[in-house]
Design a protein around this ligand. Sequence first.
Ligand code: URA
Length: 434
Amino acid sequence: MRMVDIIIKKRDGRALSAAEIDWFVAEYTAGNIPDYQAAALMMAIYLQGMNRQETVEMTLAMARSGEMLDLHDVVPFVVDKHSSGGVGDKTTLAVQPAVAACGVPVGKMSGRGLGSSGGTLDKMESFPGWSSALTLAQYKRQLAEIGVVLAGQTGDLAPADGKLYALRDVTGTVSTMPLIAASIMSKKLATGADAILLDVKMGSGAFMHTVEDARQLARIMVDIGNDAGRKTVALISDMNQPLGHAIGNALEVKEALETLRGGGPPDFVEHCLTTAGHMLLLAGKAGDLAEAKGMVTAVFQNGAALQKFRQLVEAQGGDPAPVDNPDLLLQAAYVEPILAPRDGVIAAMDTGKIGWACVHLGGGRLVKTDEIDHAVGFVFPAKVGDWYVAGDILGYIHANDPDKLTRSRQELLDALMWTEEPAEPLPHFYGVVE
Ligand code: URA
């Protein structure tokens, strides 16, 4: 086969065969196809789409690009979760240890920042020394020993996603349903969880902008999971404003730590309770969602979830000192307020723009080789429906460069739409796909 023929076929809107998809995934993973040809194919898929069969083939080829873990020799039942990506979405940091503290092992493969959306691995690397590059043996041992493990794509586990994910991040090819579905579900299938809770975001800061699109993405991922014998459920959740208050790696870690201590912003806490609650339901640990949420609240309040998080940091080589003293996390040189430019009510936010403002501060990547600045970002409690007077403090910007501070603060302000009328607060969730 020749790569150029596959690019042309997709560019012209024709469906790729299973053999072509398998060949591309295997050869790209092996380093035999250059990034520029893979990027051209990603863009052709972005523009022309993939049908259901192609999406399933792409997912399976990517999952099989490395080992497919079977965890049953170390634990009887493993649950996993994955978000389709959003701004301020630090849910895994709080939910994974909480569910593990409730007695359900959580083995998870996460990603880095993608476009305007932050990534769990970048956030966790705010702990000096912490590493997501685990061997299969380490992954299994850690799951058996402490019931919680958080890996990145490696040469052994979903390597095709590792390479394509980094390429899509910097080639404008993230927000397309087949590539998101294949990326997420290949990771989930490769790491061998028995049950998967998907958090599919919709709104101005998500890759899916309507409930309908989010439902469609959820449907295909739930079907792929269930066909592969994994109990899979998706929540459709709101991303028309940042989740919680913090946006940016170390700032989000701080907020997750507050939540693990029984505090945290109400919208983020509600999101964590519902997400973790559904994971406990999938594992058969609770009779209904209310009971499951009660169990999660208890481990946030009694210190068990925080202790599990401390173990997760330590087991993967991180310095756990910031768990007990978050002020030890990297701090930005400049912290300045963001002031309301006028009287009025926040009617809506372009949340993607807020995510990009954080990337432009240095909190994400514009090219593959960019280093992340973990300290920068926003603490921005303002929500749709909130009323302000000109000059009120909407939040704070944390920056290491005065020019970037000025530009990103303006970018954030430009992302806000104002009204004189009252505006309804946004819902947290739009439904469940089973
Ligand atoms: N999360 C992933 O793992 N992959 C995507 O493509 C989007 C979100």
